[in-house]
Design a protein around this ligand. Structure first.
Ligand code: SF4
Length: 351
C-alpha cells in the first residue's frame, strides 16, 4: 500500500511547529480522493451506498477558520477566490470575530437539525468556501481542523477514522491555543464572545438575517473596521513560532494530545485482532449479483465476492480464529490471509 506522512495531510503552517511524530508513515488515504469523489453516483462509488451530491460533495459543513488561517489566505497571492469570500464575509459581519471566522447561529441550527439525514447532500448547508463549479475548496491551505481530519472513507476502516479523529482533536486544541495567543499579543483585546451558549428559542433579527451582530463593536474594540489587518497580524505572529515555543504555549495539552495520537496510530498501523471474532450485528448484506454481495457497516459499503461472504460466516463468536481458519481451509479450500482479516476487523465487518 502506498505510504504518506501525516504531515502530507495537514496545512503547511503546522509543519515546522508540530512534533516529529507527524513525520510518521501512514497508509495513503487513497479511498478518499477529493478530485475523483468515491461518494458520487456513477463514479467510483459502490452501487447502493449513501451517495453525496455533486454540488456539495462532503462540504455541507461550515468549519471554524482560526484568525491566523484567515490571515494566511488574506495575505497570500495564490488564493484570490478565498480572499474574495473572506472579504465579503468581513463586510457582512456574521460570524466574524477576533478568534476567527465561524458559522452564525442560523447555520449551526440548520446543520444540527439536518446533518444525520443530509450530510453531503444539502445544498443550503454548502460551505461558503466550497466552489461547486470547480469542485474545490477556496481556502484549502487555510482550512480548519475538521476539514484536515475528515475523510469520507478510510483505508484502515474504523481504526483509521479513530486515528484521524485524534489528529483533528490535536489540531483543534492547537487552533484554540494559537488563536488565543494571537488575540493576546495583538494588543490584548479580550475574547469578547458570549460565555453561555445562545438560547436556541430566542433569535434576534441579525441572527435570523445573518447580519452583523449588535455587539460587533464591543467584540472588535479598536480593531473594528481593521479586521483584515487583525487576521493578517495573527498569521504573522503564528508564522514566527518555532516548535519549542509552540509546545510551551500548548502546555500540558501537548503531551496529553500527543499520547492519544500515538495510541491511535499504533492501533491503526498494528491492529491486534481479537482471539474470537464474529460478524458485526450492525452489518447488513445484500446480494448484488450471482457472485457478489454488498456489505454495509458504519465505515461504508463494500463489494465482496461470494467466497468471502461464505468464509465470513465461519466467524461465529465462539471458536478462536485458528480453529475458524482450519474449518475454512477444510470446507472451502481457501486460505484467508492476515491482511484480509485485518481489513474485515478494521472496517468492523468482524468484531
Ligand atoms: S473549508 Fe474547504 S474543505 Fe472545508 S468544508 Fe469548506 S470547502 Fe470543504
Amino acid at each position: 500500500m502506498s505510504k504518506k506522512t501525516i504531515t502530507n495531510y495537514i496545512p503547511e503552517i503546522y509543519r515546522e511547529i508540530f512534533p516529529s511524530f507527524f513525520s510518521k508513515n501512514i497508509d495513503a488515504e487513497m479511498l478518499a480522493d477529493c478530485n475523483d469523489c468515491v461518494m458520487l453516483p456513477g463514479k467510483n462509488g459502490v452501487s447502493g451506498q449513501d451517495y453525496f451530491s455533486e454540488e456539495t460533495k462532503c462540504c455541507t459543513y461550515f468549519p471554524y477558520i482560526p484568525n491566523y488561517m484567515a490571515g494566511l489566505i488574506l495575505s497570500a497571492k495564490k488564493f484570490p477566490e478565498g480572499k474574495k469570500i473572506i472579504r465579503q464575509m468581513i463586510a457582512a459581519g456574521c460570524g466574524i470575530t477576533p478568534k476567527g471566522i465561524m458559522p452564525g447561529k442560523k447555520y449551526l441550527h440548520l446543520y444540527e437539525l439536518s446533518r444525520k439525514k443530509s450530510f453531503g447532500k444539502n445544498a443550503s448547508l454548502k460551505c461558503p468556501f466550497y466552489q461547486s463549479e470547480k469542485g474545490m475548496c477556496a481556502v484549502w491551505e487555510g482550512r480548519g481542523a475538521v476539514c484536515s481530519g475528515f475523510f469520507c472513507r478510510h483505508v484502515r476502516g474504523a481504526d483509521g477514522e479513530n486515528f484521524w479523529n485524534a489528529v483533528k482533536k490535536y489540531l483543534q486544541v492547537s487552533e484554540q491555543v494559537l488563536a488565543r495567543y494571537s488575540i493576546f499579543f495583538l494588543d490584548g483585546i479580550p475574547e469578547n464572545l458570549p460565555a453561555t451558549p445562545p438560547d436556541p428559542w430566542s433569535w434576534s433579527a441579525d441572527e435570523l438575517d445573518e447580519k452583523k451582530p449588535d455587539n460587533y463593536k464591543e467584540i472588535w474594540g479598536k480593531w473594528e473596521g481593521k479586521e483584515e489587518q487583525f487576521y493578517i497580524g495573527a498569521y504573522e505572529l503564528v508564522k514566527k513560532l518555532d516548535r519549542k515555543k509552540f509546545e510551551s504555549l500548548m502546555g500540558i495539552d501537548h503531551p496529553y494530545q500527543l499520547k492519544k495520537l500515538e495510541i491511535a496510530w499504533k492501533k491503526m498501523m498494528k491492529p491486534q485482532l481479537p482471539d474470537i471474532m464474529k460478524i458485526n450485528p450492525a452489518a447488513s448484506f445484500r446480494k448484488k449479483n450471482e457472485n457478489t454481495w454488498l456489505a454495509s457497516v458504519p465505515a461504508g459499503t463494500f463489494e465482496i465476492q461470494q467466497v468471502v461472504f461464505d468464509l465470513l460466516h465461519y466467524f461465529d463468536g465462539k471458536r478462536k480464529t485458528p480453529e475458524v481458519l482450519k474449518a475454512i481451509r477444510k470446507n472451502l479450500q481457501v486460505e484467508p490471509d492476515r491482511d484480509l482479516l485485518e481489513g474485515f476487523y478494521q472496517n468492523r465487518i468482524l468484531i
